[in-house]
Ligand binder design. Structure first.
Ligand code: CDP
Ligand code: MG
Length: 662
């Protein structure tokens, strides 16, 4: 029967848990989406586009591709299912391979930046939205797929937003009778359905019946000045009052504060009387090693309680069972952008009402639940209804470069579901012009240099660095630095052993800054062949190092393909720093007489991040790889530079800035 989940016999062992195929089959059949499967398959069969709305955990991501494949709708092509997050693409593919009892990478695979787990047999491909966008560069009609599922549409990431336009255009062009048709499925937990339906030619919307039990919501009486402290207090208040087995999910904004709160909660729990249930504290964020991420899915032992402290990854991307209480700090870390400066800043900010409801809904899935909002009802009322799409608050340089590479010359006329401001688009074009990627004749077009930049899956400034390395004979070195900057930090600084970690790091440090330090770490790691003990003793995250090596190998391959010669400049760190300046000159800051730094473009006040090896130093001019806004605006990953190098890298830019600032 069409859409019937397939049943195979064999025992499977996952990470520490054993689930038989029978059990998996039963789990599949008990999902809220299961009763709707024939209706879904029929709808997808008869129309070209459909929107599916259903609560997190109802089974959209894992089941719909399987139903479609079981119903024989895939034929000789593939289904792409996009995810805004890498972790989601990987874990969902693992889960689906397990449910289908196939090896990951065969019929079911995933593809994320620098990690492709697919093969010629792959029919269901989970991928990040960014990867599908890259594929569109080579194949704008997406002919390898006969269905594209744009998942987590409500997240409105910049890549998903661009994909809406590209997929819609590909579908229209493939209605020519020559090509096989393309089906589009847009999936989401909550969203402005009418807006989406209108955009996709008034397509139908299917609502899945979710399970939702009543949820009691508590607000604070007064605004909270320290949401981390309030979160810890709330955890113990619930812990002391509620029976064991009622798990707690806490929403925070990032790795550092999560680790800090995990530590406080563990410390306090140790001193608690044994009358209270045992407390299992699990952090959850994207950079956490996969084995530790899986801990949150393991059932809580009898008589104990689990507390999961997560980023907004737990809002919709992953489903956790057993949650009875949600603590919502009301905060989220998001990119924001100031048009004009062209820079993205990662900043902790208030969430939207839609996100707050999504968090609330994480309790009350299996029984009634509670949600503790660590803000007042007035503060809630003042929140915006929906999150502003990323495309309207991010630097567009990378996306504009890709759209130009796709042959879309008039970006302002591209069929965006929500248009970014023309100021932002012009700003991006301006930046690309400074990076010598575009030229403005009667029409805006990519330069030959710009076309080569598109070959690398990197932000344009980093692609430029690789391409400019020839001039400084240092591709060997900048390849390493760019790879190290493309992965999560390789520095492991546990709270309890901070001093030891900093002492161990001393030998890698450089007065030239973090870029050179990263290079030193890489060389030392290679010299000991990635020895685990060495990593442990030196507080280096071996897993992230391994990823950096892997990324480097792939970028190395791309450089060879681009016919670049891999040369080394030896100990000449000036050559390396000059080369880095050629791409990152827009990320520069100058020391002021009062000992503070101002960025060169917008004269914005910035500080050296405590994780930098230059934290105690005051070089006159620095480059940085990114700005992070927590209590202050911090520059991360610094490099000492000469002001002349900045000027040489972009004379017109600095001339213009200089005349503006004086
Ligand atoms: O996409 P949606 O949020 O509707 O649900 P899903 O991701 O397809 O998840 C459906 C169910 O599959 C969840 O409730 C989990 O029980 C299970 N699942 C899992 O065990 N491990 C995963 N990595 C993903 C899903
Ligand atoms: Mg999903």
């Amino acid at each position: 029967m069409s859409g019937e989940p397939m049943k195979k016999k064999r025992r499977l062992s996952g990470f520490g848990m054993i689930a038989s195929t029978d059990e998996l089959y039963e789990q599949r059949c008990s999902l809220p989406i299961y009763p709707a499967r024939s209706k879904l398959v029929n709808e997808i069969r008869k129309t070209s586009s459909v929107i599916v709305i259903g609560e997190t955990g109802s089974g959209k991501t894992t089941q719909i591709p399987q139903y479609v494949s079981e119903a024989g709708l895939v034929k000789n092509a593939m289904i792409a299912c996009t995810q805004p997050r890498r972790v989601a693409a990987i874990t969902v593919a693992q889960r689906v391979a397990m449910e289908m009892n196939v090896e990951l990478g065969k019929e079911v695979g995933y593809c994320v930046r620098f990690d492709d787990m697919t093969s010629a047999q792959t029919k269901i491909k989970y991928m990040t939205d960014g990867m599908l966008l890259r594929e569109a560069l080579l194949d704008p009609l997406l002919l390898r797929y006969n269905m594209v599922i744009l998942d987590e549409a409500h997240e409105r990431t910049i890549h998903t937003d661009v994909l809406f336009g590209i997929v819609k255009d590909a579908q229209k062009k493939r209605k020519d009778g020559v090509h096989h048709p393309l089906k589009i499925v847009v999936m989401s937990a909550t969203m402005d359905v009418d807006h989406f339906s209108r955009y996709f030619n008034n397509c139908n919307v299917l609502y899945l019946e979710g399970r939702q039990y009543p949820i009691e919501i508590f607000y604070c009486n007064q605004p909270q000045s320290d949401y981390l402290f309030s979160a810890v207090v709330s955890i113990f208040q619930i812990h002391q009052e509620e029976p064991p087995g009622h798990d707690i999910l806490v929403f925070l904004t990032g790795q550092e504060e999560i680790e800090a709160v995990v530590k406080s909660v563990r410390d306090i729990a140790q001193d608690l009387s044994t009358d209270y249930p045992r407390l299992f504290v699990c952090p959850m964020y994207a950079a956490l090693p996969p084995s530790q991420q899986l801990k949150i899915f393991q059932p809580t032992p009898q008589g104990a309680r689990k507390v999961i402290i997560a980023t907004n990854i737990a809002e919709t991307s992953v489903t956790i069972q057993g949650i009875k209480h949600v603590i919502d700090t009301g905060k989220v870390k998001a990119r924001s952008y100031r048009a004009g400066s062209g820079l993205d800043i990662l900043k902790v900010q208030w969430l939207s009402k839609a996100q707050a409801w999504q968090r609330t809904g994480r309790s009350g899935r299996e029984d009634s639940g509670t949600c503790w909002r660590l803000y007042t009802e007035e503060e809630f009322e003042a929140l915006p209804d929906n999150t502003i799409p990323e495309i309207q608050r991010c630097n567009l340089a990378s996306v504009v470069l890709q759209l130009l590479a796709l042959g879309i010359p008039n970006i302002l006329e591209f069929d965006f579901i929500d248009k970014p401001s023309s100021e932002a688009i012009i700003g991006a074009l301006d930046q690309l012009h400074l990076l010598s990627a575009v030229e403005k004749t009667d029409q805006i077009q990519l330069t030959p240099f710009g076309k080569r930049m598109v070959m690398f899956p990197l932000e344009p400034q980093f692609s430029r660095i690789l391409l400019m390395a020839k001039e400084y004979s240092c591709l060997e070195e900048v390849l390493t630095i760019v790879s190290m900057l493309s992965v999560e930090s390789v520095l492991h600084t546990p709270h309890s052993k901070r001093e030891n970690a900093l002492a161990a790091r001393k030998k890698f440090e450089s007065s030239d800054g973090d870029f050179i330090m990263l290079l030193n770490i890489y060389k030392a790691y290679r010299a000991v062949k990635g020895n685990k003990e060495w990593c442990f003793e030196n507080f280096i995250n071996g897993r992230h190092m391994q990823t950096a090596l892997d990324v480097r190998q792939q970028l190395h391959g791309m450089c060879l393909k681009a016919r670049l010669t891999i040369q080394s400049c030896g100990q000449n760190t000036s050559a390396i720093r000059k080369c880095m300046t050629s791409g990152l000159f827009m990320n520069s800051a100058e020391l002021q007489r009062d000992g503070e730094y101002l960025t060169l473009d917008r004269r914005q006040s910035v500080y050296i991040h405590p994780s930098s090896c230059l934290f105690q130093c005051k070089p006159a001019y620095v480059l940085y790889s990114e700005l992070v806004h927590t209590s202050k605006c911090y520059m991360r990953n610094l490099c000492v530079v000469d002001p002349e190098w900045l000027y040489e890298a972009a004379p017109t830019y600095f001339k213009r800035r200089y005349s503006k600032n004086t």
